[in-house]
Design a protein around this ligand. Sequence first.
Ligand code: UD1
Length: 362
Amino acid sequence: MRVLVTGAAGFIGSHIVDALVEAGCDVVGVDCLLPAAHTTAPDYLNPAAEFHRTDLCDSSSLRHILAGIDGVSHQAAMVGLGQSFDDVTDYVTHNDLATGVLLKMLAAEEFKGRFVLGGSMVVYGEGSYECTEHGMVRPLPRSAVKLDAGEFEPPCPRCDKDLVPRPIDETTPVDPRNVYAATKLHQEHLASIFSRETGAPVTLLRYHNVYGPRMPQNSPYAGVASIFRSRLEQGNSPEVFEDGHQLRDFIHVTDVARANVLALTAGFENPGPYNIATGQPKSISDMANALAEANGTPVISPVVTGRYRLGDVRHVFASTERAECLLGFRARVGFTEGMRTFAQARLRESGAPPSEPCAVRQ
Ligand code: UD1
């Protein structure tokens, strides 16, 4: 099977290339080596795969690469929260337009193989919450006034009482709350419409918080695990925002790569979205402590700062039932073991400087 991996030089894409090579696939990688993500060409590109430095928006280069492709794992994207709304055109170009060009070129090639999209849980916005009086509810975005007062839990939008966070499943209505999230949702829509119009089977994998080797270092585009890991490496305490009790599902990148291989090679088609997660929610403080402990001696303790980022959601953690039952995917790397190895793992230089939280609690 000849598989195209887009974003093949990136954190997740490069692990997918490795996993596909390991599974015996003939792998073609493309990546435009976006300056915000790469200062130099990475030295970890799998020599068993073919690699092209190509911008997906360049349809003429793509045409040659797509000939004879049986499956696609589309990972190329600009990730993270970015620095300001000024980033909007870059996100739209690299995420929406590039996906549009890729799908158009695949349709022109009459591609009928599997197409797997590296999606994100950011499409959900806030996680799932239950009110003891009103059942399942969708809380409103948290206000700066409440966050300044240290009130981090979103209240019930109907009675203002406390809510209980619940695992989010794929039937939950989407609610993208930043530019990146909006472009990840648009990618899902474009891929689904492509599937309907061409008959090519599409699988949407909604990754939760991915961590592991080759994660980009501290940058506005990095996730919290890499930011904490970078701070520890420099001898600094991880700065935990809010009160540290916010919940996420941290999944190791090798498990995410395995989910891609499964979706591309399973003997059955896997339409629709799947949460790709461990099903074991952890708080940001749990993660900071696990990483600090694994980092060795002397232990540098995380600091809970009470600072916050206005765009952050409070809790998002996954129901993994659909992925387990239909895709047959279950994460293998446990949290403690994963964080232990991540503490020693090699991160990737990233091109953009780190940013400060956009708001500070008074
Ligand atoms: C992250 C990614 C998002 C991706 C999603 C799923 C970023 C910026 N966000 O969303 O793109 O789709 O995972 O893979 O890459 N925090 C701290 N200290 C810090 C930084 C963050 O305490 O120094 C806290 C935040 O306030 C938040 C939590 O850590 O509560 C998670 O932050 P982060 O990893 O940035 O964003 P997610 O919303 O989980």
